[in-house]
Design a protein around this ligand. Structure first.
Ligand SMILES: Cc1cc2nc3c(=O)[nH]c(=O)nc-3n(C[C@H](O)[C@H](O)[C@H](O)COP(=O)(O)OP(=O)(O)OC[C@H]3O[C@@H](n4cnc5c(N)ncnc54)[C@H](O)[C@@H]3O)c2cc1C
Length: 447
């Protein structure tokens, strides 16, 4: 039953990285914005929850310090409390630990030089460049069959794109190495990644916008002209109807079609979105130990493993991730299962990941597994592996998608999702400037 009529300039569905960023940018541009989230917290797959006194990230752990998220914070004159370890990233290869921060040591210097070298070789020797549609594995096979190199390449693909070398286009792999920021300058939000989105959603509310948690959007309402005119939202136990001028959806292109109704798009659109949605998976094991297991801080990429692609160390007191009394050290290890897309044998994949954790964390057997998170299927690691994303525009002129699933070619992570929001909001401003408001703006009343 529809019990209330509320009006907003813009509705943003989903408070993930893309949604919160879009709502912040819309608010900044003067749009009275409603941000709705079905869960009890903001952040989506870049959020944080407490389990047994440990703050665990749902997905994203590192935030790019020179990316779009940092830019948004700067534009809004907000401060993000980050912990920046030394080194920011390590590379683990068996028992050996390398500092791979750009420019530092031999491996770090290689990381700085490799992009230039690859660009140079690509420009003077076109045959070096990958063929259209060629996978990273196929491309690397042209130069080497070394299992070690392929293992490293698979792990880099897993850590950056949630896929193996078979899944990631060689063009994307090269593009990321040579053009993208590639997580070169990263930090960890104090208190967990959720704090990034909390800071922004608090700011939205401080500017007159609204953020409704535990409020799933049930369906979009369309006018006779084919534009979205509103939405039905479940909010505080009631069905609420809001009317809006524009909608930005952060629930992924497939779910956008589901809540909008396939009949509101041109024939064949729903099928094409379904076909393009090919989610990839990541398995993360969060574990804690009463004694330190490793010395490297923050994030470590893994060179050689069965499945482990990266690991995290969240033990430093400055990170404020451990609320449990006593001395505890908090870690995580993540893998890309095989196949990364579609169904996989979860038990077998968990065992392979645990075997790697035993190798890389001496003492793992005495530690406590706090949680095992499987981001797959309806809650995937990536809705589409980068290179296969859809555009942000939909066939409905006042409806956009943001976030993972509509990223730009070769882009990845939360900053990529924020960039989709920047582009969508730019189009909103160009195509649907704020209407001059007639009379007072309605305020929520659930009576
Ligand atoms: C294990 C893992 C590790 C990662 N590591 C990193 C990293 O270190 N650094 C990095 O930058 N990125 C990382 N990423 C990628 C990053 O987390 C994601 O790309 C990003 O968080 C996706 O954001 P999004 O904008 O697509 O929104 P999502 O996270 O998909 O959020 C969408 C939101 O919409 C809500 N929603 C769904 N349906 C409805 C509805 N009907 N009504 C209202 N709300 C709804 C959902 O509850 C959700 O909160 C990682 C991802 C994973 C899975």
């Amino acid at each position: 039953m529809i019990e209330n009529k509320l009006r907003f300039d813009a509705l943003v569905i989903g408070a993930g990285a893309g949604g919160v960023s879009a709502a912040a940018r819309l608010t900044q541009a003067g749009y009275r914005t409603l941000l709705v989230e079905s869960l009890e917290r903001v952040g989506g797959r870049a959020s944080t929850r407490e389990v047994d006194g440990f703050l665990l990230n749902s997905g994203a752990l590192a935030i790019e310090r020179d990316g779009a998220v940092a830019e948004l914070y700067k534009d809004l004159e907000l401060k993000l409390d980050m912990w920046i370890p030394e080194p920011q990233t390590s590379l683990l290869w068996g028992r050996r630990v390398f500092d791979v921060d750009p420019g530092k040591g031999l491996t770090g210097t290689a990381r700085t030089l490799v992009p230039y070298l690859l660009k140079f070789i690509g420009s003077v020797a076109p045959a070096f460049r990958p063929k259209k549609g060629q996978s990273t594995t196929e491309w690397v096979n042209r130069f080497t069959r070394s299992k070690r190199i392929h293992n490293l390449v698979d792990n880099v693909c897993g850590a950056f794109f949630a896929g193996s070398g078979e899944d990631v286009l060689a063009e994307v792999f090269l593009f990321c190495l040579t053009q993208g920021t590639s997580f070169k300058s990263i930090g960890y939000t104090v208190g967990g990644t959720i704090e990034v989105w909390k800071g922004l959603s608090n700011w939205i509310e401080s500017q007159g916008g609204e953020v409704w948690l535990n409020s799933p959007v049930k369906r979009l309402i369309f006018g006779l002209d084919g534009l979205v005119t509103g939405a039905e939202i479940e909010h505080e136990g009631q069905a609420i109807s809001v009317s809006v001028d524009v909608v930005v959806s952060n629930v992924g292109p497939l779910n956008t079609v589901r809540i909008a109704g396939a009949e509101n798009f041109p024939v064949g659109y729903a099928e094409s979105v379904e076909k393009a949605t090919d989610g990839a998976a990541i398995i993360t094991i969060h574990f804690a130990s009463p004694k330190p297991l490793v010395q490297w801080p923050g994030l470590a990429l893994i060179g050689k493993s069965r499945r482990l692609t990266y690991a995290g160390n969240f033990s430093a007191p400055e990170q404020k991730r451990i609320l449990r009394p006593g001395e505890w050290y908090l870690y995580c290890g993540a893998s890309t299962p095989r196949p990364a897309r579609g169904d996989f044998d979860l038990e077998k994949e968990k065992q392979l990941l645990i075997a790697d954790l035993k190798d890389y964390f001496p003492g793992f057997d005495e530690s406590m597994i706090v949680a095992i998170d499987v981001t797959a299927h309806e809650w995937p690691a990536q809705r589409a592996i980068t290179g296969y994303d859809l555009p942000i525009e939909t066939p409905v002129a006042n409806l956009w998608n943001v976030g993972d699933g509509v990223k730009e070619f070769g882009d990845a992570g939360t900053a990529a999702c924020t960039r989709t929001a920047n582009r969508a909001v730019k189009q909103v401003i160009e195509n649907f400037p704020i209407k001059v408001r007639q009379g007072p703006v309605s305020v929520p009343s659930h009576s």
